[in-house]
Design a protein around this ligand. Structure first.
Ligand code: ATP
Length: 201
């Protein structure tokens, strides 16, 4: 089995996330993609995210009806900060994943600070990174100086049409009462409105 692991804060999940998950799944013939909501991202300190419960409910709602995509809650169940290498080590011990080939899905923006992640060399040994990259974009980051990281990352670069959208931009639009139906799944938007999640950020 070829299994994709897609970590993120998903605060909230948006159509850019779904687009890269599906594009990478198809391009690399993955059997399944697991979305892994983070408890707290060590590289996003100072940004208060919606609670784990709200983020999980939005993810469930957005993924309803999408084949071969589901959620793993192991990071939410661990105290933060969340490190992907700890998650992958846990998965390797889980008999559901023992025989699986693991792939780490991410957008190109994460590459900039990838070498600061916990144990990046070990991570890429366990888990081939698959990086969704906009065509023509220049890749940056200190990972380029480390031959092992460089080889692994370059092997997984995948040109994908990217949506020009981020959760930050969506939270800002919501706060300003702007339309977001073209950026976020309808059921997620209804949930956000019902729970008044991003009225003040
Ligand atoms: P924020 O704006 O709050 O930082 P975000 O939209 O970047 O959030 P995250 O949950 O932090 O979302 O990202 C999870 C993953 O999704 C990361 O790998 C990130 O690179 C990727 N990603 C986010 N938005 C896009 C997009 N528009 N296109 C491609 N990848 C994306």
């Amino acid at each position: 089995m070829r299994i994709g692991i897609f970590g993120g804060t998903f605060n909230p999940i948006h159509l850019g996330h779904l687009a890269i998950a599906i594009a990478l799944k198809e391009a690399h013939y993955l059997d399944h993609v697991y979305f892994v909501p983070t408890h707290t991202n060590p590289q996003k300190q100072g940004v208060t995210a919606a609670s784990s419960e709200h983020r999980l409910k939005m993810l469930r709602s957005a993924l309803r009806g999408i084949a071969d995509c589901s959620i793993l809650t192991l990071e939410l169940n661990r105290p933060g900060p969340s490190y992907m290498i700890d998650t992958v080590r846990e998965l390797k011990k889980d008999k559901r994943f023992k025989e699986a080939e693991l792939f780490l899905l991410m957008g190109e923006d994460l590459l900039q600070r990838f070498s600061e992640w916990k144990s990046p060399q070990e991570l890429v040994q366990y888990c081939q990174p698959l990086v969704a990259k906009r065509s023509g974009a220049e890749l940056t980051g200190d990972w380029q100086k480390d031959p092992e990281l460089r080889d692994a990352i370059l092997r997984g670069i995948t040109e994908t049409p990217l949506y020009d959208v981020s959760a930050t931009n969506i939270r800002e639009r919501l706060k300003n009462g702007l339309f977001c139906g073209h950026l976020v799944d309808r059921s997620v938007l209804l949930y956000i409105k019902k729970e008044r999640l991003y009225d003040s950020i």
